[in-house]
Design a protein around this ligand. Structure first.
Ligand code: S3P
Length: 175
């Protein structure tokens, strides 16, 4: 446990798909020696299929419902790290719960960086369309105001992950 961090709430990473929430979340959890949970994986485990299959079979609304329930079920009184799917904050109840019951960390990056990362694999159902770049731009525009409500903002544009992690730990120590 990191001695200078006096937080007894989950640290929840929010931000666009491809921004590196899972990667940063795992590093942060290991640095703090606490549990890490990726809500996309919990949703997949609970549904017994992939997120793309849930979208295809039951639609986005059903996915959002299970995602919201999953996040609410993970919010407790202990320090842990949770990374969420990029659209989790679209649900106002989820966003309010995160702002009240967690320390919410917005991981941000430019469109160019996000596109370079998400275009490498085809596991994002919202981008499985004819104009994924336009959709990605529209999603960023639609969600930015919600992400900005997070308690802590960090940029994952740079290559030096250690430096990003040190900056984040410093913000958490001062929180
Ligand atoms: C989504 C992001 C995905 C996943 C689903 C929907 C979104 O998670 O939850 O495909 O709406 O932005 P990541 O942000 O982990 O890619």
């Amino acid at each position: 446990m990191h001695k200078k961090i006096k937080i007894s709430k989950p640290l929840v990473l929010i931000g666009m798909m491809g921004v590196g929430k899972t990667h940063l979340g795992k590093l942060l959890a290991s640095e703090l020696d606490v549990d890490f949970t990726d809500t996309d994986l919990v949703v997949e485990e609970r549904a017994g299929c992939t997120i793309s299959e849930i979208f295809e079979r039951d639609g986005e609304a059903k996915f959002r419902e299970v995602e919201a329930q999953t996040i609410q079920s993970l919010l407790g009184d202990e320090l842990r790290v949770i990374s969420t799917g990029g659209g989790a904050i679209l649900n106002p109840m989820t966003l309010n719960a995160l702002l009240e019951r967690s320390v919410c960390i917005w991981v941000n990056a430019s469109f160019e960086i996000l596109w370079a990362r998400v275009s490498k694999n085809a596991n994002r159902p919202l981008l499985a369309c004819e104009n994924p770049q336009e959709v990605l731009k529209a999603l960023i525009k639609e969600r930015e105001l919600l992400y900005k409500k997070a308690h802590i903002h960090i940029e994952n544009d740079a290559n030096n992950i250690n430096q990003i992690m040190q900056g984040l730990i410093k913000q958490l120590e001062e929180y």
